[in-house]
Design a binder for this molecule. Structure first.
Ligand code: 5GP
Length: 191
């Protein structure tokens, strides 16, 4: 796989507003394309296979691991696997675009290690763990147990913020979107 192609990683604890910021960037900058991850969890709400994720079985996921088809993969939550397929990045690069990876903190660290050059990494930080809990509750798609799991994981993940090139604090979504857009445009040399 070519090492010189650009990659943008957006990472954050769940509920930090990373998905909203990712959507904003994809709308504002047409050169970007969302990197669709493979995942073994079930679709939520309006999510669609091949758009939000490639929803696959655990057996299919393990075959991809065995065949060395992932750039990185993680068991992000107990029993639930998520991974970035090499073929997905190739697909986007072949379109002449730049993949945006919305992945967890450990996945973000792995991709940076694998692709230290031409990789932009942005860590989106929630204003506080309490605010994060409130946001997850208001999303209405999580059970109380799932919220607790995500909040505990988030508190731990916050300690890795300094491993990323940029940190954006999301206490005001539109400001955070603008700040992220500026960072991405600088990286792409589009002022
Ligand atoms: P959700 O289940 O809420 O869609 O995602 C849970 C977490 O998994 C989020 O932090 C999301 O960014 C992360 N994630 C999604 N795709 C990938 C991936 O390909 N690799 C890794 N390491 N994490 C991912």
């Amino acid at each position: 796989m070519p090492k010189y192609k650009k990659i943008i990683i957006l990472t954050a604890p769940s509920g930090s507003g990373k998905t909203s910021i990712t959507r904003y960037l994809l709308e504002k900058i047409p050169e970007l394309a969302f990197s669709i991850s493979a995942a073994t969890r079930k679709p939520r709400g309006q999510e669609k296979d091949g758009k939000d994720y490639y929803f696959i079985t655990e057996d299919q996921f393990k075959d991809h691991i065995k065949n060395n088809e992932f750039i990185e993969w993680e068991m992000v939550y107990e029993g639930k696997y998520y991974g970035t397929l090499k073929s997905e990045l190739e697909r986007i690069w072949e379109e002449g675009r730049i993949p945006v990876l919305d992945i967890d903190v450990h996945g973000g660290i792995h991709v940076q290690q694998e692709y230290p050059i031409n990789t932009l990494s942005v860590f989106i930080k929630p204003p506080s763990v309490e605010e994060l809990r409130r946001r997850l509750q208001s999303r209405g798609t999580e059970t109380p147990e799932s919220i607790e799991t995500r909040v505990n994981k988030a508190a731990y993940e916050l300690s890795f913020a300094d491993q990323f090139k940029h940190v954006v604090i999301n206490d005001d979504l539109s400001k955070a979107c603008e700040e992220a857009e500026k960072i991405v445009r600088d990286f792409l040399d589009m002022k």
